[in-house]
Every structure is written in C-alpha cells, then in structure tokens.
Write a protein of this length. Structure first.
Length: 501
C-alpha cells in the first residue's frame, strides 16, 4: 500500500499520516486537484469544483491538527466529494450569492440553482472536519444505472473510459476510484451506491432506511432514497458512516437509533457466523465471470470459518416490477414542484400553463419524463389500486421474506450487479435492459435494509462486486463480514490503470 501514490491511498492511511504530521491536509487537497485537472474533464466527474474553498478549509484543518484537535476526528482534513443531489449553501443570510456551489441534481431544470441552506450530510461532514472539493456528476434526479442520464453528459469509468461507471452516483464513484477524492457521498434508491461501487472497483454502502437524514437531499423516491458513503476500503466506509449517521428532527423519516462505533466492529473474524446465499440472486443472464468471482468470494468467507447456507427469497423476481411502480409514482409527486415559478429554470412564457408545460418540457431529460409519465399513470384514477396498491402489497411481502431469512442467518451474500461495466451507449435504447442492472440491489431498498458492495475480483479486466445484506440497523455486522473478506482477498491495492501518477 505504501507504494501507491498519495492520491490513491485509503482514507484510513492518509488520516494516520495526517495525525503523525507526515502530510498536511493541503497536501491531500493538492494531490486530488492534480488528478482532477488531469482526468476530471475527460471523465466528466464534476459539475462544480470549489478549489479555493477547499484549500482554505484544508488550511483550517491543518491548524486544528497542529493544535492537537485530530484525536477522535478521523475525517479531519480529508478531501471528499458530494453527489450533486445534496444541496450546499450558496446564498448568504440576505439571500445573495456568497460564492457557494450550485445544486443541480444533474438536471437543466436546476441549472445554476443556489440553495439557501446546507444538507444534513454536508453539515455533518463539515462538523467532522472533512474538506469538500466539489459536487459530482450524477444521473438526472438520481434516475439511472449508468450515469448516462445526466443533462451534463455521461461520466466515464476510470478503469476503461469507453465504459460507464454505474449510476446514479457514478461521478462520486469515478472520483473515488480515480484518486480525485478519498471518499464521496452517494444516494441509493435502487442500488445507486452499491452498483457504481461494484462497476468502479470501490466500496459503497446503502445504510438502513432512516439511519442517515435525507434533509437537503433532492428527492427522487422518498420512501426508497438513502444517503450513503463510497470509499476505497471497508474501514473508510465505516468511518464516514459514523459521521453521517444519526437522528435529525428535520427529517420525519430519520430514526432515533444509537450510532455505534462501526470501525470498532471490524474484527476480521467471521468464524461461527451463518451467511445465507439467496439462490434467486444468481439471475438468468448473469455474466459467467461475475458469478465465478462472487462464488469464489463466498468460498473465501467459508474458509474463514463462516457457515454458508443456501436460502430462498421467492419474491425477488417481483422486485423489479414493484420498484418500477413505486419509484416512478413517488418521483411523479416529488418532481411536480419544478414548475418554473418557485425556483430553477423557467421558460419565461406569459401564460402560466404554457410556462409550466414548456419549462418542464425543456428542463427535464428523457428518462425523467419517462418516469414521471409512468408514475402519473400508476397513480391515476382507475389504475391506483391495480398498480400502486398492489406494488405496496408486494413490497410488504418482500420485506417479510427478508425478515424471515435474516432471522436464521447473520447476513446474506449475493452479487452486486449481474454484469461488469458496459460500453457507454450500449443500453440507452433499451430501458428494460438498463433496469435489469439493478435486479440484485433494488429488493434491499424495497425492504429498507442495509447493503454493502466490496470488490471481489476482476472479470475481463473490470471490477466485480460482492454484496453483503443485513438486518435493519445492523450495519456493523455487514461491515464486519465485508472487512473480513477484504483483509484476505488480496485486493487492497486494486486501483484502475488511469489512477496511478
């Protein structure tokens, strides 16, 4: 690990270097900026970059470290990126621009929008001393599995620039994988943290629904959306999760549960644990190289002393249809607020209805329009009971199946994605083919459970992810399993060829 360039090391390693005063926070920011200047435009990772603010924040962190304030603050001075669905304060108390970063959700309808407040995620990371570099590209309103739906162009995978990085948190995943930041935030509505983590060769975690506040997170599907961290190691993700987690009275879905020391749970020990392997998750059409890598990873955990048992989640096949009724329905309601009147882009028509129609017609991209129409149809009179109510009933069934299986095992093991990264443009003409990429991840969102993706090898030179799924609010157990695998898998130095200086 010590042979890796500074920008490619883990958060945990550079944090230790900071505390020993062997590097400075400014050194870390400048190392990331070198990568961003070299690769950022080509990979299209950023929608907004705040170099001057980041350097100033790094200098503040260095002063705090010099004063001995680093103890118990593992994120102090660490540069990170924020997916551009988290609002960052861009206006002062008088409502005037103060040089802050815009918040666009990857959409033209919010182009240049400056928020009067900060998201809870940004506020907590700022309080932890982390240094924000900028806002990363993402699928528009987080709707996508490839990061090709951004109004500002697709993100490219640092492993192979002709490939997608996964989505919708592809900008954060590509930035972390490519050495442009030491960690990032993403959002996961149906797999949008875990799937890009898998395709980009990093670690990504979706916590239990309600574990992290959604305050200031631009909504896609409110009962499914969840903030989570992306990093280069399981320990990195554990450290960031602890900083992000906690009750927030401003978010009615935020749960008041104790936040454990997740890093302390990383014992490297899984002996005696029962780990289930759902047979339905090895779906038809899964790439052989993906299945081989995942089954080899399961074998490693068995070799470490875990008991591997086959389990069944028979409603898994219904998950895709259930998700693509509930999520568009909630998106239809959430995106009604973008009307060209209150904020964001306006077509400027004198007639109110005409302005409303032209604003939304020009401001939203094709995938967002597709989902709004699907959702509006599912919620319309005559179809609500047949589609939306039925989907919610199946959702209850899926959750009950997870609860039943997880009562008998400590965690579940599965592929994160049925494929490795695919060519940009390969699936854009077939929405159903694109939607199938989330078949292994979206049931976890439907049930509100935590899941993590950890690299488990390469197939045809591209990363494969192992997914670990756990009980509600038991993130510590899945982190422990993922960390135990990571320690012995020999993949700790796994970095894309384009990352190295």
């Amino acid at each position: 690990m010590n042979e890796l360039p500074l920008a490619d090391r883990t958060l945990s390693e550079v944090g230790e270097l900071l505390r020993r005063r062997e590097v400075s926070s400014r050194d870390l920011v400048e190392a990331c900026l070198v990568r961003i200047r070299r690769d950022g435009e080509r990979l299209n990772t950023f929608l907004a970059l705040g170099e001057d603010r980041a350097l100033a924040a790094a200098d503040d962190a260095d002063r705090a470290l010099a004063a001995g304030d680093g103890d118990g603050r593992p994120l102090l001075g660490i540069p990170y990126v924020l997916k551009d669905v988290f609002v960052t304060r861009g206006l002062d108390d008088a409502g005037l621009p103060d040089g802050g970063l815009p918040s666009t959700a990857g959409s033209r309808i919010l182009e240049g929008y400056l928020s009067p407040y900060a998201s809870d995620a940004e506020a907590r990371l700022t309080a932890a001393g982390a240094v924000l570099l900028g806002k990363t590209n993402c699928d528009e309103f987080a709707m996508g599995s490839s990061n090709e739906n951004s109004a500002y162009g697709p993100v490219r995978n640092p492993w192979d620039e002709t490939m997608v990085p996964g989505g919708s948190s592809g900008g954060s995943a590509a930035a972390v994988a490519g050495g442009q930041a030491f960690f990032g935030t993403g959002t996961d509505t149906g797999g949008s943290i875990r799937q890009p983590a898998s395709l980009s060769g990093i670690v990504g975690m979706k916590p239990t629904y309600g574990r992290i506040s959604r305050y200031g997170m631009i909504a896609f599907a409110s009962s499914l959306d969840q903030c989570g961290p992306l990093g280069r190691s399981v320990r990195d993700v554990a450290l960031v999760l602890r900083a992000l987690a906690g009750h927030d009275p401003r978010d009615s879905t935020s749960v008041d549960e104790p936040v454990p020391d997740y890093a302390a749970a990383l014992s490297g020990e899984v002996r005696g644990m029962r780990l289930g392997v759902p047979r339905e998750y090895f779906v038809a059409g899964m790439e052989p190289g993906v299945e081989t890598a995942v089954r080899a990873a399961i074998g490693i955990l068995e070799g470490l002393g875990a008991e591997i048992v086959e389990v069944s989640l028979p409603s898994t096949d219904a998950g895709l249809a259930t998700y693509y009724i509930i999520a568009p329905a909630e998106a239809s309601a959430n995106l009604a607020r973008y009307d060209g009147v209150k904020y964001g882009y306006s077509a400027g028509e004198d007639d109110l209805l005409e302005n409303y129609l032209r604003t939304r017609g020009a401001g939203f991209g094709p995938e967002v329009k597709r989902r709004i129409m699907l959702g509006t149809y599912a919620l319309s009179a005559g179809y609500y009971d047949a589609y939306y109510v039925k989907a919610q009933q199946v959702r209850t069934l899926i959750k009950a199946e997870f609860d039943r299986v997880l009562a008998d095992v400590d965690a579940l093991l599965a592929p994160t994605s049925p494929s490795v990264a695919f060519k940009i443009g390969a699936k854009t003409e077939d929405p159903m083919l694109m939607y199938l990429n989330d078949a292994c991840t979206l049931p976890v969102n439907i049930a509100g459970l935590p899941g993590i993706s950890v690299p488990c090898g390469l197939s045809e030179g591209l990363p494969v992810g192992l997914q670990v799924i756990g009980r509600a609010f038991d993130e510590a157990t899945i982190l422990r399993v993922a960390d135990a695998y990571e320690r012995v898998a020999g993949l700790s130095d796994l970095r894309p060829p384009t990352a190295h200086d």
